[in-house]
Design a protein around this ligand. Structure first.
Ligand SMILES: NC(=O)c1ccc[n+]([C@@H]2O[C@H](COP(=O)([O-])OP(=O)(O)OC[C@H]3O[C@@H](n4cnc5c(N)ncnc54)[C@H](OP(=O)(O)O)[C@@H]3O)[C@@H](O)[C@H]2O)c1
Length: 267
């Protein structure tokens, strides 16, 4: 399989490195198109693939094109891409907020899959929501799904508009997690720990608690109950969270992200 990646920043390279790691593509069959000369020099040194700075006819040789430039850069990419895209090629866009119909129209090309990954894809621990134009057949869809799964796990969605909710929940999700971790570390510092000790206490707690979610045969409510005894310390914290409507604030924040994504998709 030959793959061309247009825009080899954080996400483009997270994908490229995962494909290479699982031998889903050979470096000679991986065309990396990266505009930033500093970045493309680094990629050349890393020998991650065949590195070029501009879109040219070689793109037409790939089975799959991955569009991973920033959404605002799509406007300066699509004309040169339209000139080289070939009829059987599948285009996988991971650009946030650009609908399939718009990509099809700008590229004059029907075979478009759209995906929303997240940054843990860099470690092969991502989660990606994806959907496809009706013109993409099952064999091509499976091929793309196998590639996406090299970056972690995936969920196929029939309804493209649900990608806005994926963006809000798992696309932006790592930032919410870092926000909570940061606040907890801050609390530790205010109680007298150094940043390093507070960081260790909080990060190891998050790691251990995450694994208990998956391994303990308990619901989230039961897990909370197992920590929060009646009249105890955890209960004092949870009461304060409830009074501050923390859960509702998180839910409404995530819905605001979803609404912003919908708004951006409408251009
Ligand atoms: N980061 C996330 O959490 C996340 C999650 C889900 C989806 N996404 C999507 O993934 C895409 C990439 O995000 P990112 O965080 O990886 O951004 P990024 O690190 O900025 O990567 C984009 C790269 O594309 C390059 N580029 C721009 N125009 C180009 C062109 N015409 N030809 C070749 N390369 C070009 C940029 O170079 P310059 O720097 O020189 O412009 C940059 O190196 C975005 O569309 C974003 O919506 C990101």
């Amino acid at each position: 399989m030959k793959i061309a990646i247009i825009g080899c920043g954080n996400m483009g390279m997270a994908f490229a490195k995962s494909f290479l790691q699982y031998n889903l593509v050979q470096p000679d069959d991986l065309l990396l198109i990266e505009k930033s000369s500093e970045r493309s020099e680094t990629l050349k040194r890393e020998k991650a693939g065949v590195v070029v700075e501009t879109i040219g006819p070689r793109v037409g040789e790939a089975d799959l094109l991955i569009l991973s430039v920033k959404p605002q850069d799509f406007g300066s990419v699509y004309e040169s891409l339209r000139a080289v895209v070939q009829p059987g090629q599948v285009v996988l866009s991971i650009m946030a907020g650009i609908p399939i119909a718009q990509i099809q129209e700008k590229l004059n090309h029907p075979l478009v899959v759209r995906a929303m990954p997240n940054t843990p894809a860099m470690l092969g621990m991502g989660i990606t929501g994806f959907t496809a134009a009706k013109e993409v057949d099952l064999a091509n869809l499976r091929r793309v799904e196998n590639l996406i799964n090299a970056t972690g796990r995936s969920v196929f969605l029939e309804d493209e508009t649900m990608l806005d909710a994926v963006t809000a929940l798992s696309g932006s999700g790592p930032a919410y997690f870092y926000f909570v971790v940061k606040a907890m570390i801050e609390a530790g510092k205010e109680m007298g720990f150094s940043e390093a000790v507070s960081g260790l206490l909080v990060k190891q707690t998050m790691l251990g608690a995450y694994h208990l979610i998956n391994t303990a045969d308990k619901s989230l409510d039961e897990l909370i109950k197992a920590v929060a005894s009646k009249g105890g310390t955890t209960e004092a914290a949870l009461r304060e969270f409830e009074q501050g409507h923390l859960a509702e604030t998180l839910v409404s924040g995530i819905k605001a992200a979803r609404d912003r994504s919908t708004e951006l998709s409408k251009g």
